[in-house]
Write a protein that binds this ligand. Structure first.
Ligand code: T1G
Length: 708
């Protein structure tokens, strides 16, 4: 056998072990190895049953996702895993699949071709292919409904969410849960079934339902997908494939699945989602901070500021089991903070995300205080006070006095200069930015802001901490607005210009929500409060390009007291349940103010609005890349997908620009530059790549090659 597949014997039980670190992905060589092992078992009369198990930390996490890019780019042929699965299912002896860690995608499909499945209780099984814009491609949509029924199969294949082994056992997907040693348990189970007829999943039809039951079920499933997974193609294809399982013989169903799989695999959505998958795994790789950089322990956290952000951050760490000391200057503020935390937890319990017991345990981890004296033993402190440099400097001067020598001191600032904050301490190497996104206990994104003097162990600690607290931590540079907000502010500024030039707010927002963003820029402003960006615009007016056009619409709304959802009116009107409606007063105001400002009003197409919003992001992203404030174009994509509701199936702003073609994007930016002036000055990198016929991906590849 190859080193990827070992075949051993425990007396009359054969054991096939897959050993393809890190996740036993089903590369073509692994598939061939499994096939060879089955052939050997069929030829060995002494073998009465077989166990199939994974080495390392997990069973099989699926097909090797690296292969897909090779297939769609023509560098590799799409093989089929089906013959190997048939070989397993038609094996002369019963095959017991033993699962620990994850059996995902092809891993679950492989296990369903086995005659029996046993697992440790902590294992998870699933068909997550839709997260990659594809569907199960090895009869998963044909065998899963045969084992768990159509409803559960549709749910698992359209959401992509794995289920725990305990649930899988309760619905017949697993035959037994093994406490203790998995291999021993699987061998014992194999001995019990040896010599008996082995059930072949593909021959089962008892759970496939009837045509009339299924017709209603599939219609409802399609409706749900269209609502909850707006714009996504793969979940609908998965439903089609499962429907084929209920209407066709197994072989025909597999053919239909293969047709639908290819349709998805070659789609832009799948290429974008696979890019996001790998880009997210590139993010923790910091060229000058090696993977084995020592990290500081973070087993206790202190937070300064019990406002919305401080309370949310306290929940994030408490949820990860890290004790939190939460400080505010006044008891009333502290009480409000704890009340906010309790309310947020109550919502999570109501939604079934946490149990009351879990919440009680977490609340015990959060200790309120009014005094810095309680910070003395904290491994890390996060400052989350009002966004003013003066106050932050006061806080950090105090932290420098009270924190223990190796404490990490982080600021949750969203725009202020980390180096300036660090300058008031005696230990700038321990100062860093940890920019959480509101609501901190929900949004996955965490920008880790590297100060000029932030030490490598502090950076490594914060990047690793990200995964521990369930965040996607992205290292960004200390420019104004870091990466996300530095791109977002010109984006919302452009939205205002569009209204000032004649577009209705709802049309501006629709131009990007139709593109797939979760919310439009004006609705986002109303959600966060128009006074927030108003204050930022005022505070940083000195940074504006001299003579550049400035938006006036939102400032006027704020001065009228229209702050958005919190005042019942901003760009839109809001009822008590904060449901929005368009406000004719806005159109009247925009018309009046634009005329006064001498701005000609015109009708603006959805394409123009969308291009001006998305390409403003891209243009600023190109500057950030060139100036080195983001390590990779993929990092910018991960920031926008996880922090700003950019559709993952578009890959992120930089990936999307590459799919359009940078020459086309550049030409459009030049067109806007001619029409709208200095704010549309093309970024030099965008110009250079466009003229060279390259994309941001080429820039990233060439930069990576240059550093190796
Ligand atoms: N193929 C190739 N590499 C993979 C991989 C895969 N399926 N899964 C993970 N990796 C790499 C990953 O890039 C990273 O590499 C390392 O393993 C650790 O991953 C035929 C067509 C299993 C839950 O979608 O969800 O089967 O950065 O950091 O947090 O019908 O990996 O270290 O160089 O994520 O412990 C379906 C994808 C494929 C599962 C583990 N399967 N993987 O999470 O580690 S399509 C999936 C995951 C398919 C069939 C269809 C997670 C994980 P590096 P990690 P983790």
């Amino acid at each position: 056998m190859s080193e990827l597949i070992q075949l051993t014997r425990e007396n009359e039980i054969a054991v096939i072990t897959i050993d393809n670190p890190p996740v036993n992905a089903l590369s073509p060589a692994v598939q061939a190895g499994i096939n060879a092992a089955i052939t050997k078992i069929n030829q060995d009369e002494e073998v009465k049953a077989a166990v199939l198990i994974g080495a390392g930390r997990t069973f099989v996490a699926g097909a090797d996702i690296n292969e897909f890019g090779k297939i769609t780019s023509g560098k590799a042929k799409r093989g089929s895993f089906l013959p190997v699965l048939l070989a397993v299912e038609d094996c002369r002896v019963p095959v017991v699949v033993a699962i620990h860690g994850n059996a995902l995608g092809g891993g679950l499909e492989l296990s369903m071709a086995g005659h029996y499945r046993v697992a440790v209780p902590t294992a998870q099984v699933g068909q997550p292919e839709v997260n990659l814009g594809i569907i199960p491609g090895a009869a998963g949509t044909q065998r899963l409904p045969r084992l768990v029924g159509v409803v559960k199969a549709v749910e698992m294949c359209t959401t992509g969410k794995p289920i725990k082994a305990t649930e899988a056992a309760s619905i017949g997907l697993l035959d037994k849960l093994v406490e203790g040693d998995l291999l021993a348990g699987a061998i014992a189970f194999a001995r019990e079934v040896a010599g008996k007829p082995a059930p072949k999943t593909r021959l089962r039809t008892d759970k496939l339902g009837t045509a009339e039951q299924n017709a209603a079920l599939f219609a409802a499933a399609r409706e749900t997908v269209r609502k909850k997974q707006r714009g996504l193609q793969a979940p609908l294809a998965a439903i089609d494939a499962i429907e084929a399982a209920t209407k066709m013989p197994f072989e025909k169903g597999c053919e239909e699945e293969a047709r639908l799989f290819d349709q998805c695999l070659y789609s832009d959505q799948s290429k974008a989602l696979i890019h996001v998958f790998f880009a997210e795994r590139e993010v923790p790789k910091i060229p000058d901070v090696p993977k084995d950089t020592p990290v500081r322990p973070v087993n206790s956290l202190a937070i300064v500021g019990a406002g919305t952000m401080g309370s949310g951050i306290a929940m994030v760490f408490a949820n990860a089991g890290i004790p939190v000391t939460l400080k505010d200057a006044e008891q009333a503020a502290l009480d409000r903070g704890l009340e906010t935390i309790r309310k947020n937890y109550a919502i999570s319990v109501q939604r079934g995300r946490f149990t009351p017991q879990f919440v009680e345990e977490r609340m015990k981890l959060i200790k309120p205080t009014l005094s810095y004296d309680d910070f003395a033993s904290a491994d890390m402190v996060i400052e989350a006070v009002f966004e003013g440099m003066g106050l932050k400097k006061e806080v950090f001067a105090e932290l420098d006095r009270v924190c223990k020598p190796d404490a990490i001191m982080a600021s949750n600032t969203s725009t202020l200069n980390i180096d300036e904050i660090a300058s008031v301490t005696s230990r700038p190497e321990s100062v860093i930015g940890t920019h959480f996104f509101s609501p901190a206990n929900v949004m996955r994104l965490l920008e880790v802001v590297r100060g000029r003097k932030s030490s490598k162990d502090v950076i490594a600690t914060c990047m690793q901490l990200g995964k521990r607290i369930g965040k996607v931590a992205v290292l960004v540079g200390n420019c104004w607005g870091f990466v996300g907000n530095r791109m977002f502010l010109p984006y919302i500024r452009e939205a205002q210009f569009l209204v000032e030039e004649g577009a209705a707010p709802e049309a501006v927002d629709a131009s990007v929500t139709n593109f797939g963003l979760a919310m439009g820029p004006l609705a986002v402003g109303d959600l966060g409060g128009l006074d927030v960006s108003y204050r930022i615009r005022k505070e940083f007016r000195h940074l504006d390009k001299p003579g550049a056009r400035r938006p006036f619409m939102e400032d006027r709304l704020v001065e009228m007291g229209r702050l958005g959802q919190k005042t019942g009116a901003g760009w839109y009107r809001y009822d008590e349940q904060r449901r929005s409606s368009t406000d004719p007063e806005i159109a009247a105001l925009a018309g009046k103010w634009s005329t006064e400002a001498g701005i000609p009003r015109r009708s603006i197409s959805e394409d123009e609005a969308r291009d001006r919003l998305i390409y403003m992001l891209v243009n600023e992203g190109a500057r950030i890349l060139e100036e080195g404030y983001a390590l990779r174009a993929g990092d910018i994509d991960i920031i926008y997908v996880n922090g700003y509701g950019f559709p993952a199936y578009r890959g992120g702003p930089m990936w999307y620009a590459d799919t359009v073609g940078l020459k086309k994007v550049y030409d459009r930016v030049c067109e806007f530059h001619r029409a709208h002036g200095a704010l549309w000055e093309p970024a030099p990198l965008l110009k250079k790549l466009a003229e060279a016929g390259k994309g941001f991906a080429d820039f990233q590849r060439e930069a990576a090659q240059a550093t190796t």
